[in-house]
Design a protein around this ligand. Structure first.
Ligand SMILES: Cc1cc2nc3c(=O)[nH]c(=O)nc-3n(C[C@H](O)[C@H](O)[C@H](O)COP(=O)(O)OP(=O)(O)OC[C@H]3O[C@@H](n4cnc5c(N)ncnc54)[C@H](O)[C@@H]3O)c2cc1C
Length: 381
């Protein structure tokens, strides 16, 4: 979005996040990706400039920022390092906001301040081996024994799991009731009967950790239920609807990085006696990429503005995620094409973005699920 359409505060925030992304994140991104290393220094650096508490209420040590501000920051972080942006969104948008929005006063006081400072890391686990898009079909069970909740089952693809101190876990108390039988519980790292098994071999976003979580008679104190038992699915949808705006912003950042690296390469590579960027065919590729990215950014900011105004935003958030993820994947593809053979080899930014972008069409609701949400809302089904 043109800076002229941002407020003074938003412009300042964008310039802080952009400077951090250019100076700190981008130079480290290739190495972290190659080593598959969790970017602790990035996380600490972001926490130092207040980004982990950006949208957390001031009473819990945050900055009380808006959804628009979060979108601006996520875009810049993703432009510098896709993996760091995934960690940020899963920690802040999924785990911390879940506790902040639905937790009891004690849960918020205990967990939100250290999460807002990134002294503790958060994760959110909904997906299971036998349920992803159809998340209400989950099989992880929660039952009551001796005044404690007991979890049994497993979760898959949990981002931040290897580092997380606290996990929001969705489990069913009654599978027959599907969405109405789900509860959200806070489970701490190290709880008896809770095992974390890292998953390896991800195509992209390799500096993030992803893991299977296994629960075997894992006892959870009664006080760890988030809000009301049976409300877990509704809470999850609420959190995912908002967090989706962050993922859409991440897509814009990845797409912008693809555009930037394509322009940079086309300005120095020569063919047929001139720079690539001097060919009209290449210029048109750049014009199309820039137009797509600006359209995606506009959809993201529209959804964020609606949410900040307390207006319905769910359809717009899904539209933003559907469109922006397609733009991210297509922009990464175009950037690689402009690089020719050089782009097919690591460590080029084009190669990394090509691998990083794809997952945005999959996680936090696949593109097919976004279309389902949009159609259901528009057609009133
Ligand atoms: C890197 C990574 C990180 C992740 N992090 C997390 C996390 O932190 N926490 C978490 O809970 N989950 C996480 N996930 C899981 C992610 O949200 C799921 O992979 C996603 O929701 C899709 O579920 P699935 O993989 O089971 O695919 P499925 O649901 O099995 O879908 C397979 C295909 O069928 C399509 N499909 C399904 N239903 C329909 C339908 N009705 N109509 C048309 N097409 C349909 C889907 O769109 C998809 O293309 C992560 C995944 C990845 C890859």
């Amino acid at each position: 979005m043109s800076g002229a359409l941002l407020s003074e505060d938003e412009r300042l925030l964008r310039s802080t996040a952009r400077d951090f992304a250019d100076r700190v994140l981008a130079p480290r991104a290739a190495g972290l990706d190659k080593r598959g290393e969790f970017p602790w220094d990035n996380i600490r650096g972001m926490a130092e400039i207040g980004l982990f508490g950006l949208t957390i209420d001031e009473e819990y040590g945050g900055g009380g920022g808006t959804t628009r501000q979060l979108a601006i920051v996520v875009e810049e972080i993703a432009r510098g390092c896709g993996s760091t942006s995934v960690i940020y969104v899963a920690h802040l948008g999924l785990c911390t906001h879940f506790i902040l929005r639905f937790g009891t006063a004690e849960q918020k006081e205990r967990w939100v301040p250290p999460l807002a400072r990134a002294e503790k890391i958060g994760a959110f686990a909904l997906t299971e081996p036998m349920s992803g898009s159809d998340s209400a079909a989950m099989r992880t069970t929660v039952s009551m024994k001796d005044r404690q909740y007991v979890l049994n089952g497993s979760k898959l693809f949990t981002t931040n799991a290897a580092e997380a101190d606290v996990f929001v876990i969705l489990a069913t108390g009654d599978r027959q009731r599907r969405a109405r039988g789900v509860a959200a519980l806070l489970v701490e790292r190290g709880a008896d009967g809770f095992t974390i098994n890292p998953q390896h071999g991800k195509m992209g976003m390799r500096a993030t950790s992803t893991a299977e979580l296994v629960f075997e008679e894992c006892a959870v104190p009664e006080s760890n239920v988030v809000g009301v038992e049976g409300e877990g699915f509704r809470q999850t949808m609420d959190v995912l609807n908002s967090s989706r705006i962050g993922i859409a912003a991440q897509c814009v950042g990845l797409a912008q990085a693809a555009y930037d690296c394509a322009v940079e390469y086309a300005g120095r590579r020569e063919a047929f006696g001139q720079r690539l960027v001097d060919f009209q065919g290449i210029q048109w590729t750049m014009a199309d990429m820039a137009t797509d990215i600006e359209a995606a950014r506009g959809l993201v900011m529209r959804a964020a503005t609606l949410r900040d105004a307390g207006l319905p935003f769910v359809t717009e958030a899904s539209m933003a995620k559907l469109f922006a993820s397609r733009v991210a994947v297509h922009s990464a593809d175009r950037a690689m094409q402009v690089h020719g053979g050089a782009g097919y080899f690591a460590p080029t930014t084009a190669e990394r973005l090509y691998r990083d972008a794809k997952v945005t069409e999959i996680y936090e609701g696949t593109s097919e699920i976004q279309r389902m949400i949009i159609a259901r809302n528009l057609l009133d089904m």
